[in-house]
Design a protein around this ligand. Structure first.
Ligand code: HEM
Ligand code: GTP
Length: 669
């Protein structure tokens, strides 16, 4: 489905429910799009998925959300100036309801791959109307209610309520896209009752009979019509072609070489055409009489055109088929013609035939591209002519541009000058070329926008990573939310100091030694970084050869002593495994209260303050190479939970006097 519909969803969810809800909806749907490109096509199922996600995020029902999206779409397309188009459809809401199909058809240049629904007004009265909606998508029926309600209110000042009278295949909340209950796409058909004040429109219709233009006029010979509209066909009650314009007969012969030219007249319309719009229409007298306000599209059948019937006829097993089974006349006729067809076109010829890809794609109503003549699409209305008790299909070929005109073997002169078909072709042709340029530019701009969004995103990520390497993430998030400087006191944490020994002889002036020292130190510190497992342990800083970490801040962690010891044991093992020549480490750990906060603006640092830190540093500076020295308090804490510690005795510690300390030997079993 085109991105414009999703743009409206994104816009109004953000506007009415906020960015947070939009982010949540995208998360639930796992939608990666930062934005939607108006003319790009996205999966149909995104729409019901967004509705289900919004429903889950807000508690509103799925139907309510789909209805909301429909309303959003109408409010949103005014940004593109389409509201003028709605206003120009007619004075009354019923005029609009009869023109929705036309609106989509007129959009086919702007949205060439549109698979638009078809809407048909089947009944009207003073209190409203009945409309038939057909679509190849499921789950959109409430979306349409939202659209119609919004149009009625916004453009016609009407309060309208709509409800479903009956529906086929409309599995509400199902994934969009044709339901393949059988082997072909099935159409969703929904009949709505629309309740609104329709008295003015109905009164106007009554006046038409009394209108001055309705003065009794002499009847016109039908042949005049056929001259004016050379693609017209006239149908009797059996829907057989009784008369036809010269151009449609010529085109039929052109597209069906070798046929008997006279066999066009007298044949059933469905033997010569496929009804493309409205989809799945029963082309019978009574049904068509009800649909005189509808725009029909009939596609001329070409030899070898109908691939599915073609294959079916070739693959049908006539020998074992039980003729006795009760076929009705039409089925018997179809079977006979299929039998004749399969005899004429033996299987081996089938592969030789170019699969005619140029017929109209049933799902999209668009022409498939191929070489050779394309089939022709006739668009028009069915009118009942009382004088001859016939239906006349007053139509013109639907041709997008000059390429299309040549593709179906026609020329501008074949088109009736007064019907503006020629102008449409030329306009379409110019329009298309202008549009193509516009699209390319728009695509370029949206690609650039997408790239800059991604670039901004990656810069933001890098910035965040840099920030989080200086300040713990929870602190950074809090700082982002408020200007206040974050300063916190913690009852108990464990501080770890690790010093790398024999990396650099401070007496040496040799540059080589210094560079070697940096490389070695970087290797060791990187190995230590890999052992920092957030949020259990947080790296605070490195000063010279000393690496400082903490457990229990900024995330409070009752197992801070254990996690500090585990880190020390892992680090010891890891650096030993690196076996860097001459290099050793010594570790000190102490537990107790600290105050922690961010200091500095230029290069903000998360710092710890308090005697606990000083003591931990002393535990390290008075430790031995390859040993982990614990303060008395920390040792007793971890010994209780199975860590193996060994009393080192009393150690003279600078600024602390005699302190009883312990070696940490192993973690618990
Ligand atoms: C006036 C400007 C309008 C434009 C430019 C427009 C365009 C579109 C486009 C591009 C799609 C997506 C189709 C696809 O991607 O295959 C669409 C779908 C749809 N449109 Fe319109 N539309 C317009 C007005 C309306 C109105 C007024 C209604 C009904 C009141 C309507 C009913 C629908 C529905 C129900 C769908 C969903 C597709 C489906 O059910 O299969 N549209 N339209
Ligand atoms: N890396 C680092 N070391 C710290 C921190 N706070 C204290 N220390 C060290 O802990 C040890 C004891 O600190 P104090 O008791 O204040 O001693 P001092 O007089 O400041 O420093 P000395 O000259 O080592 O005695 C000192 O070596 C400090 O460098 C800190 O936040 N980061």
């Amino acid at each position: 489905m085109y991105g414009m519909l999703y743009e409206s969803v994104q816009h109004y969810i953000q506007q009415e429910y906020g960015m947070e809800t939009w982010r949540k909806v995208c998360q639930i749907v796992d939608c990666k799009h930062q934005s939607f490109k108006t003319h790009q096509i996205y999966p149909d199922k995104l729409m019901p998925d967004f509705a289900a996600a919004l429903s889950a995020s807000t508690g509103e029902s799925f139907d309510f959300c789909m209805n909301f999206f429909g309303r959003c779409f109408v409010r949103f397309f005014s940004n593109f100036g389409y509201d003028k188009m709605i206003r120009s459809t007619g004075r009354y809401f019923c005029d609009f309801l009869q023109s929705i199909d036309n609106i989509h058809v007129q959009m086919r240049f702007t949205y060439p791959k549109m698979k638009s629904p078809s809407m048909q007004l089947t009944n009207m009265d003073d209190d409203g109307a009945v409309i038939l909606y057909r679509s190849g998508r499921t789950g959109m029926s409430k979306y349409l209610i939202g659209q119609m309600t919004e149009v009625a209110k916004e453009f016609y000042g009407l309060d309208m309520t709509a409800y479903v009278l009956e529906s086929q295949n409309d599995i509400c909340g199902g994934t969009a896209g044709p339901i393949k209950l059988t082997d072909g796409p099935l159409t969703v058909i929904v009949k709505y009752r629309l309740d609104f004040d329709n008295r003015d429109y109905m009164a106007k219709r009554v006046n038409v009979i009394a209108h001055p233009s309705q003065l009794k006029m002499p009847s016109v010979d039908l042949n005049v019509f056929l001259e004016l509209f050379p693609f017209t066909i006239v149908l009797d009650h059996d829907m057989k072609i009784t008369l036809a314009g010269e151009k449609i007969v010529e085109t039929w012969i052109l597209h069906n070489p070798g046929v008997n030219p006279k066999s066009f007249i007298g044949s059933h319309i469905m033997d010569r055409f496929k009804c493309r719009r409205p989809k799945d229409t029963q082309v019978e007298w009574e049904t068509i009489l009800q649909m005189r306000t509808v725009l029909f599209e009939f596609e001329l059948i070409r030899t070898g055109h109908n691939r599915a019937a073609y294959d079916a006829a070739l693959n049908f097993d006539f020998d074992t088929f039980d003729e006795a089974s009760s076929l009705n006349e039409a089925q018997a006729m179809a079977l006979a013609s299929a039998k004749e067809f399969s005899v004429e076109h033996a299987k081996e010829e089938a592969s030789a035939l170019t699969t005619s890809k140029d017929e109209i794609d049933p799902a999209t109503g668009q022409r498939r591209h191929s070489v050779g003549l394309r089939s022709i699409l006739l668009k028009g209305q069915m009118f009942y002519i009382k004088d001859v008790d016939s239906l006349i299909f007053l139509c013109s070929p639907l041709i997008e541009n000059l390429d299309e005109l040549h593709g179906i073997g026609l020329y501008l002169n074949d088109l009736n000058p007064h019907g503006l078909s020629r102008e449409l072709v030329m306009a379409g042709w110019q329009h298309c070329s202008k549009l193509e340029i516009m699209f390319e530019k728009e695509e370029q701009r949206s690609d650039e926008l997408e790239k800059s969004l991604e670039l901004a995103d990656s810069w933001k990520r890098q910035g965040d990573e840099l920030l989080y390497s200086m300040i713990p993430r929870p602190i950074a998030e809090r700082m982002r939310k408020s200007e206040e400087h974050v300063c916190q006191s913690f009852e108990e944490v464990s501080v770890i100091f690790i010093e790398v020994l024999n990396v650099y002889d401070s007496g040496s002036n040799n540059i080589q030694d210094a560079m070697q020292a940096v490389t070695t130190l970087n290797k060791v510190f990187s190995a230590l970084d890999e052992e920092i497992i957030s949020p259990f342990v947080y790296k605070v800083e490195t000063v010279g050869m000393v690496y400082m970490a903490v457990s229990g801040a900024p995330d409070i962690n009752p197992l801070h002593a254990e996690h500090a010891c585990d880190l020390a044991l892992r680090v010891m093992k890891k650096v030993k495994a690196h076996a860097l020549p001459g290099v050793a480490i010594r570790v000190g750990i102490n537990s107790g209260p600290v105050v922690a906060g961010v200091v500095g603006m230029k290069v903000p640092r998360y710092c710890l303050f308090g005697d606990t830190v000083n003591t931990a540093s002393r535990m390290e500076s008075s430790s031995d190479p390859w040993m982990i020295q614990l303060s008395n308090y920390t040792a007793l804490k971890v010994r209780k939970v199975g860590y193996k510690v060994e009393a080192r005795g009393f150690v003279k510690v600078k600024g602390k006097g005699e302190m009883e300390t312990y070696w940490l030997l192993e973690g618990p079993e």
